[in-house]
Design a protein around this ligand. Structure first.
Ligand code: DOR
Ligand code: ZN
Length: 489
């Protein structure tokens, strides 16, 4: 048998339907064998991983690395280092940088910055009124997917009008490309916030009052209507409200290709934590009342919610701790703490490791067209592996975060279950809990391995160039218009 680079022995391999003791052989960037110890080829390095679990590396669909634009909050190097430390091997990065990722020039700047990445990545391009004519160009330039900020948030990018959103979906539906949507109704948010401010409210609860669940329900409903009409694939970011879950269920039942994420903060935090955490907890959508936590768990368990993402949204501590809630930036880092937080819940019996792998890796890989290459520990897949110690205990400390943003609502939280090594395409980017410094730059875009399945566009055939010209044979001033045979257009 040909010598391989690495054989890992003694661990248990986790997939969504089983946990099996198996050895794993890695050659170059790929897994080449998974099986009984005796069947492994000779290897240059043998690694004992007794007592550990091997999970396909986590895929975080939602991170903000702030680069270009806000290096005091985060950079590609620091954000991706945080990912590696957190057992995350692939991230999808958001376009609300400065410049926003809505032009080829801005994309090139981001791609240059991403050359420092420790982990693999996709880039969400911006879908807005100003960018809908450039979506195909951005795709050719390397974005993997798009993001529409239907609710306003950090960066204050204007929400796309409904007309632009429809057009964007009409363009993307035939291409099979999925659009992430920050689904909150921006006019509700803006009016409510103004009212709160006029009333002199500056407390943390006022932020929640300004962003009621109905803003999320309405926006998700609207987005799903447009997705259903066009056949466009959509992904609901940071689902926070119990009340909008039914919309996902019903839309799926009607055949809409919608995926959805929630984040640890919506599962594990609620307004009871606001008194102590104040502005540190401020994010969009807001963390809500306790009644939302359990339905979100239930929705993960029954598949209504597909995955865990983090909305890793780093800011400087002074930007998060101002006395006036409206002056606290929204969001906090998360890519590094997601795995220990969720593994702790697994240890508490709230889900199995198999469930976790489905949410952290398998389903994101499927949503973004990476499954088979990523999201699985099997021959032929990238050797992206989070080695997990389920018995290791610790206390999360914001000062120890790899992220520049040393402020976190998880500070002081006891956890059990940590990633101890992270392997990305056959190379360790984190080992024994420490970053492998010289692996900066090993991360690369997943664009070349992305395969989105063929889509089923609907009601898009007359859009774009066809809609803008008069069909042949139709008199320009025909009255009444009557039935036009568009099939001859
Ligand atoms: O709280 C948030 N912060 N929510 C978002 O959607 C964006 C993020 C940011 O970029 O800071
Ligand atoms: Zn976000």
């Amino acid at each position: 048998m040909k010598e391989v680079d690495l054989v890992i022995r003694g661990a248990q391999v986790v997939s969504p339907d089983r946990i099996v003791p198996a050895a794993v052989a890695v050659a170059g960037e790929q897994i080449v064998a998974v099986g009984h110890d005796d069947t492994m080829p000779p290897a240059r390095e043998e690694l004992r991983a007794d007592g550990l679990y091997l999970l396909p590396g986590a895929i975080d669909s939602h991170v903000h690395f702030r680069d270009p634009g806000y290096p005091h909050k985060e950079t590609w190097k620091t954000g991706s280092a945080a990912a590696a430390l957190g057992g995350v091997t692939t991230v999808f990065e958001m376009p609300n940088t400065h410049p926003a990722t809505g032009t080829i020039e801005a994309l090139r700047i981001k791609q240059k910055a991403a050359e420092a990445s420790y982990v693999d990545f996709g880039i969400h391009g911006l879908l807005g009124d100003d960018t809908i004519d450039r979506l195909e160009e951005l795709l050719e330039g390397g974005v993997t997917s798009f993001k529409a900020f239907v609710g306003n948030t950090f960066g204050n990018l204007p929400a796309p009008t409904d007309g632009a959103l429809l057009e964007g979906f009409e363009t993307l539906a035939p291409l099979g490309i999925r659009t992430v949507v920050h689904a909150e109704n921006s006019s509700i948010l803006q009016r409510r916030q103004k009212q709160m401010q006029a009333a002199g409210r500056i407390d943390a609860m006022a932020h929640l009052a300004a962003r009621p669940a109905v803003a999320e329900i309405e926006a998700i409903g609207r987005v799903l209507t447009l997705a259903e009409w066009t056949g466009a694939r959509v992904h609901i970011a940071h689902h926070s409200a119990a009340d909008s879950l039914y919309l996902l269920r019903e839309a799926r039942a009607r055949g809409v290709d919608v995926t959805a994420e929630t984040c640890p903060q919506y599962l594990l935090l609620n307004t009871d934590h606001m008194r102590t955490l104040g502005g540190v907890m401020r994010l969009n959508p807001p963390i809500r009342e306790p009644r939302h936590n359990q339905p979100l768990w239930d929705a993960l368990m029954d598949g209504t919610l597909d995955m865990i993402a983090t909305d890793h949204a780093p800011h400087a501590p002074e930007e998060k701790t101002r006395p006036n809630i409206w002056e606290c930036d929204c969001g906090f880092p998360g890519v590094e703490t997601q795995m220990p937080l969720m593994l702790t819940e697994v240890n508490r019996g709230r889900a199995s490791l198999m469930d976790y792998v489905r949410w952290s890796s398998v389903n994101p890989a499927k949503a973004w067209g990476l499954y088979g290459t990523k999201g699985v520990i099997a021959p032929g897949a990238h050797a992206d592996i989070a080695f997990v110690d389920m018995s290791r205990t610790g206390v999360l400390s914001q000062n120890k975060l790899q992220s520049i943003s040393k402020i976190s609502p998880w500070n002081g939280r006891a956890v059990q279950g940590y990633p101890v090594h992270t392997l990305l395409r056959g190379r360790f980017v984190m080992r024994e809990g420490r970053l492998v410094q010289d692996m900066a730059g090993w991360g690369r875009s997943v664009k070349s391995v992305q395969r989105m399945p063929t889509a089923k566009p609907r009601n898009t055939e007359h859009y774009s160039s066809a809609i803008l010209r008069t069909p042949p044979g139709v008199p320009e001033t025909a009255t009444p218009v009557g039935e036009i045979d568009w099939s001859r257009a």
